[in-house]
Design a binder for this molecule. Structure first.
Ligand code: DAH
Length: 341
């Protein structure tokens, strides 16, 4: 009786194992026949009713069926797994020609890049960077720089007033005064940061950036100023560029000059960037006016100095041939991405 039952279990298991179409179904069958509460475990319970001498033989047979089923299970499982993987590979075809998701890397804004280049050049000749407040007292922006109230020189810079005694700084020159007041000469500094003017057209921004060089030492001459600026222009724009100094006026320098460099685009021949003149203005400079030293309580002529101020966007325009200054604050990634570090 038990033998017949055992044979029936064996046959049923083998047929069903072979008919299983996936590994999950096959596993369920394994539980059904070989599991803790499966058919083979059940049939062992029948042993109790068998005559004593038949028990070992029947036990052996049950074990044989068990190993056979386990072996068939393993083989079937392997075959099904292989078929499943092959099926998956056939259905989930990978198209390597599809465009991938692109992730843009960040990069430096041209104002930042030009500033860093300038600082690196100036650092080589002993200059270190300073910043200052963007909202300045009238005193630092004008008065201390020898631009008294009602002085016509104030018309040179269209000022945003915060209140009657505070302005958005119109230039980085107030950094000169902060440095003279808080540090001891000799000094070699480059002040830098944003400046603000009520002015906006194709070549002017209401918010742009400047660098301000200042050197204060025992004996400083116009020759030192010219040598420093010529060195800087060659290092920044490239060798072979000429520097030109035109007499000018700034209240905080005496004598004063405007600095031009030969146009790096046309090399002085004349083009649209330099308006056919072969020269491009980059900023102002001069020997520090004794009145400025006096205002900052620095002994003159014991200490003397020169200073210069350049527009950072302007330098970027010249160096990289950018044709509209308004591109700088627009934050258009197509523009900014052209200035990879
Ligand atoms: N601060 C001036 C401006 O913004 C530029 C300038 C001219 C700065 C002469 C200087 C200088 O330090 O010596 O127009």
């Amino acid at each position: 009786m038990s033998q017949t039952k055992l044979d029936a279990i064996k046959d049923s298991a083998l047929t069903q194992f072979k008919a299983a179409t996936n590994t999950k179904a096959l596993y369920d069958l394994k539980v059904q026949f070989l599991g803790k509460n499966g058919s083979l475990t059940e049939i062992m319970k029948d042993m109790a009713s068998l005559p004593k001498e038949e028990k070992p033989l029947f036990g052996k047979k049950v074990n044989e069926v068990k190993s056979l089923l386990e072996q068939v299970y393993t083989e079937t499982e392997e075959a099904l797994k292989k078929a499943e993987i092959e099926g998956k590979m056939a259905s989930e075809e990978l198209d390597l020609t599809l465009p991938s998701y692109t992730r843009m890397a960040g990069n430096q804004h041209p104002v930042y890049k030009v500033s860093e280049e300038i600082f690196a050049i100036m650092a080589r000749i002993g200059y270190s960077v300073r910043t200052g407040p963007l909202i300045e007292k009238d005193y630092y922006n004008f008065e201390a720089l020898n631009i008294p109230a009602d002085h016509p020189a104030r018309d040179m810079q269209d000022t945003f007033f915060i209140d009657p005694t505070h302005v958005l700084r119109t230039h980085t020159s107030p950094i000169q005064i902060h440095s003279l007041e808080s540090e001891k000469p000799p000094l070699r500094i480059v002040g830098t940061g944003p400046v603000f003017r009520c002015d906006s057209d194709i070549s002017h921004l209401p918010n742009f950036h400047q660098i301000e060089g200042m050197c204060v030492d025992r004996k400083v001459s116009m020759a030192d100023l010219k040598g420093t600026i010529s060195f800087f222009v060659r290092e920044f724009f490239g060798p072979g560029l000429k520097t030109r100094f035109r007499p000018s006026f700034f209240p905080f320098t005496e004598p004063s000059a405007e600095v031009d460099c030969s146009c790096p685009i046309c090399k002085g021949k004349g083009c649209s960037l330099c308006k056919q003149t072969g020269w491009i203005e980059i900023g102002g400079c001069g020997l520090i006016n004794p009145k400025v030293f006096h205002n900052a309580k620095i002994a003159y002529p014991e200490w003397q100095g020169f200073a210069f101020g350049f527009g950072i966007e302007r330098m970027g325009i010249i160096k990289y041939g950018i044709d509209d200054i308004r591109l700088f604050p627009e934050n258009d990634v197509r523009f900014v991405r052209q200035f990879l570090p």
